[in-house]
Design a protein around this ligand. Sequence first.
Ligand code: F6R
Length: 366
Amino acid sequence: EKGGYEHFMLKEIYEQPRSIRDCMRGRIYPEEGKVQLGGLKEFTDKLKNIDRIIIVACGTSWHAGLVGEYLIEEYARIPVEVEYASEFRYRNPIITEKDVVIAISQSGETADTMAAIEMAKEKGATIFGICNVVGASIPRITHAGVYTHAGPEIGVASTKAFTAQVTVLTLMAFYMAQQKGTITNSKLTELLTELDCIPDKIHAALQSNDIIKEVSAKIKDASNCLFLGRGSGFPVALEGALKLKEISYIHAEGYPAAEMKHGPIALIDEEMPVVFIATKNSSYEKVISNIQEVKARKGQVIAIVTEGDVEVKKMVDYCIEIPDASEAFLPLLATIPLQLLSYHIAVMRGCNVDQPRNLAKSVTVE
Ligand code: F6R
């Protein structure tokens, strides 16, 4: 059942070229520059006039929501707020009939996310779901939705469900942009053509496994680890830190790279591995200066870089390459090495990667 892999988590990491392909099937038409989301069809007119989107989720799904915020604001130009379902539901949030709430949940059973949906529904908002488990509770209480179709995820730490959630959010951002006219057909054609190749690029990113194993052996005994990124690399950093802490029990934190100097920099010494998302995108130069700040304090730097990078390579202790891609698709690729890194570290530390202590696959209690 593990298909020859030692753990479900590893199997699910390696399934991602296929799960992303499954997630896009029948939804993208690169040649025509068109996205089709059957689940949202009834709401096409509504999508032309929304003032605001609120994304609610927990844990890894909340990180996917943060990536979604970048994509929807960038392409559809709709303001987005991303909320922890557990916080949102206990406030007295301002919600009107004009709002669209997107609830993200792999299991479709998370109690806090369900309660947040019920509350927003009562206030008249339109609720879209992004779920993996077909027929779960959340898809039954939303007005419409899009399944991620990643297939069953057995490992408690979410991997392929996360990248599928990000893929659906990418499709939603493009779909909304298409309906609102905030993207040209030629730009959408270009983006969809590239998106169509992302499964192959994920396959290529998985080829760094041996190098990642070597890096894992070097940092496996750390007691703390920082993950830093900027822009859409920031939610990737948060997700990398969550993965590491939940399966290896190493204390890890994700931070926006520029926030480091407002506090976390005090933690940096020779013992502290710092993982940077340092791919070639609009924040590349800024990230380089953040790397210099860490190196100046003797931190050990592991950088996720774009294939062929030379500049970062000269400065850091370890480099892990991922294929080049437009900024929109970087989170999908940069997440892969971080999943493998936490997996190998946890295995080397003798942890139960598929069933980490104190965690459950679906959190049906508040
Ligand atoms: C982390 C993880 C959890 C879940 C969270 C929400 O690897 O799996 O943080 O993401 O419990 O679960 P869903 O997406 O099922 O609502």
